[in-house]
Design a protein around this ligand. Sequence first.
Ligand SMILES: NC(=O)c1ccc[n+]([C@@H]2O[C@H](COP(=O)([O-])OP(=O)(O)OC[C@H]3O[C@@H](n4cnc5c(N)ncnc54)[C@H](OP(=O)(O)O)[C@@H]3O)[C@@H](O)[C@H]2O)c1
Length: 175
Amino acid sequence: MLVRGATSGVGVAFLRLVKALYPSCRVAGSTRSAQKGERLLGEGFDRCVVDDRNALKTEDSFDAILDLVGPAAAQDTFAHIRPGGTVCITGLLGGQWTLDGFDPIVDTNGGCLTGFYSGDVDGERLQALISTIEDRRIDVKPERTFRLSEMRQAHAYLASRDSFGKAVAIPEFDE
Ligand SMILES: NC(=O)c1ccc[n+]([C@@H]2O[C@H](COP(=O)([O-])OP(=O)(O)OC[C@H]3O[C@@H](n4cnc5c(N)ncnc54)[C@H](OP(=O)(O)O)[C@@H]3O)[C@@H](O)[C@H]2O)c1
């Protein structure tokens, strides 16, 4: 499978869950920065694909694509899905929320489109996820932590070329 937008917090979390639950699954990850390729491999991705202005630099197709870039790159994402494969649009990193000018008959390229919305997650599903993380001892340590008073630095980090994985803000309480 392919994770489009793999260096994001969601992308890295997804990889860790997939590798824990389906160790033999091969997962490629895309980034706009070729320099982040080594980090993606170090994280456990099996290969890195460069995303050049919403065009994946590969001729390969995938059985499943978790798309975190979203509608801005959807046509190109579907150009890389195998017939019968599934694209799950979960993120909007490309800054576009809707599929404008997308022809579902032609542009889906024989694949299926689905989505994920965290608003559909209830306590039971969240607890099931936490239990899985505990049972399988999945490493969910964030890449960086910031204090709430350091939000400016946190946003600067996430917007920088070095951004990778999950950044978490820790609330500070008065003693
Ligand atoms: N569906 C839901 O319920 C749900 C829930 C949570 C989050 N989300 C969405 O999932 C996405 C990921 O969230 P996150 O918190 O994990 O993000 P994040 O950690 O802030 O993502 C940072 C990464 O995004 C990439 N990026 C930034 N701008 C981009 C662009 N224009 N095109 C392609 N890549 C870009 C950068 O990767 P490179 O520089 O390496 O390319 C950067 O490493 C967001 O769109 C978020 O809104 C959806």
